[in-house]
Design a protein around this ligand. Sequence first.
Ligand code: AP5
Ligand code: MG
Ligand code: ZN
Length: 214
Amino acid sequence: MNIILLGPPGSGKGTQAALLSGKLRTPHISTGDILRAAKGTELGNRAAEYMNRGELVPDSVLIEMIRDRLSQADCAKAFILDGYPRTIPQADALVDILAGLDRRLDLVLNIEVPDAELITRLSARRVCKCGATYHLIFNPPEKEGVCDRCGKRLYHRDDDKEESIKNRLSVYKKQTQPLIDYYRNLGLLAAIDGSGSIEQISGEIYSVVKARPE
Ligand code: AP5
Ligand code: MG
Ligand code: ZN
């Protein structure tokens, strides 16, 4: 299945994409993780200027990045996109990219969480370079400051500061929220209540995915 996880910053896209990826054995593609992993390269440094301010990296950069990633062999049967698309031009480009691969989208899961909860989640988030995500209170690692999955040191994202968080939420509302109607009109949207526990939400997502004909 070709799946998109949509939702505001802090809604749990990364957390849920990782769990679903494990259950379905499908690659989890996070554009934010790809951009952060590019740190030190020309692309990574240019992207970091936008990311630290909480703004979107230009569409042209993301479209080429996704075109390249989706044409790799591990995505040949299925993928889970986390953080792409974030604008209408990115969504339109995805249609073309998939058509070129003789594929199409199957499902868009929109994770809904109230704004106040998003801020609480992001301000105490800790992440690992391997893509794992933690929260100091809601989802702490077994050993403080260390990733359960790979043993590396956890870090606080540069854009998880109050000013950047506020800007990310307003950028989301202006540029990304219109995608909800875009995918609803295509009959691809499923709403997920993202305010319960991580396990509850993961169970709901899995049942929605399984109920869809492939
Ligand atoms: P990206 O890395 O995608 O960040 P984001 O969209 O702001 O989303 P987050 O990663 O902050 O949140 P999430 O929904 O993944 O939540 P998480 O699972 O971590 O993008 C970063 C930047 O890169 C962008 O601002 C932009 O500059 C650039 N970029 C990336 N893609 C782009 C694109 N396509 N176009 C242009 N620019 C792009 O969970 C959050 C916290 O809550 C964690 O601590 C977690 O443990 C906790 N948590 C999760 N679920 C629950 C729960 N149910 N209950 C309690 N706590 C929970
Ligand atoms: Mg994320
Ligand atoms: Zn790790």
